[in-house]
Design a protein around this ligand. Sequence first.
Ligand code: PBG
Length: 330
Amino acid sequence: MLEQRFRLESRARRLRKKESLRRMLRETRLHEDMLVAPVFVKEGTKKVEAIEGMPGVYRYSIDELQGYLERLARVGVRSILLFGVPDEKDDQGSGAYAREGLVPRAIEAVRPNFPELVVMADVCLCEYTSHGHCGLLTGQEVDNDRTLPLLARAAVEYARAGADVVAPSAMMDGQVLAIRRALQEAGLDDTIVMGYSAKHASAFYKPFRNAAGSAPAFGDRRSYQMQPGNFREAMREIELDVKEGADIVMVKPALAYLDVISGARRKFDLPLAAYNVSGEYSMVKAAALNGWLDEKSAVYEILVGIRRAGADMIITYFAEDAARWLKEGW
Ligand code: PBG
């Protein structure tokens, strides 16, 4: 009856009529405050090196880092995740935890000029080991427990140099606890620990390994990184990091793992980071450079999707462009 008189049809399109309405009714918003830019730092001076497979991303020598951070600051990116790409590697990955290592020197160099910048430092051995694995080897095995003290030493060096956040990505059991204890012993109780809690063995890390020269010389990382099909195990990994004292937890990669992000959001109340990894960047870049995708709208959809799934912060190689597009009114 009513239906006949008033034609009460459902008209979902009413709410989509014009841009101002669509903006008002947007459920999920992006803001540059939630973006973290990964940064590759290398030895030498006056070096800005292009990275194969990651157009628009560069390795910077410490002196060149300043200019890049100023550019990031100008568009409102207030947070970086640092990776060291050393000239020399050895089987112990000693560059990762050297007092005068690349990452501590980079942090010390930029800290005075960027006091407000949130400096995060990745803690892992793979960029520093000649064999490219994330920990020490005993025979052909990646040795969990012998690796822990080295990760802890690296974290303490980065924190001492001025990192706000240390982020263990080696997927060694107990790495968060080992780092938390070492920080405490060093009197660095204020340092934030962000666990790469649910880090999956992924094909999407390939461009990064190219950037960091960290591809494993033999085998792969499947004995320490998670297999892609496991959701419940991801929750368990995150829970372990929470118990070990992580302040922020992470799901990585992002796009094939949106359900894991969403599950983690529901189950845990800690800040949740998602890592929109190198291969996820490269795919979009390659398609955009061929004219097959419109980059700006594809990136919006990807980042808002990760946010909608429940991430509080997004680590992304698109950070600078995304922040600029946000300012322009994405
Ligand atoms: C180090 C590390 C990796 C990434 C972040 N930290 C590589 C890996 O695990 O092989 C990947 C990041 C990316 O692909 O953007 N262990």
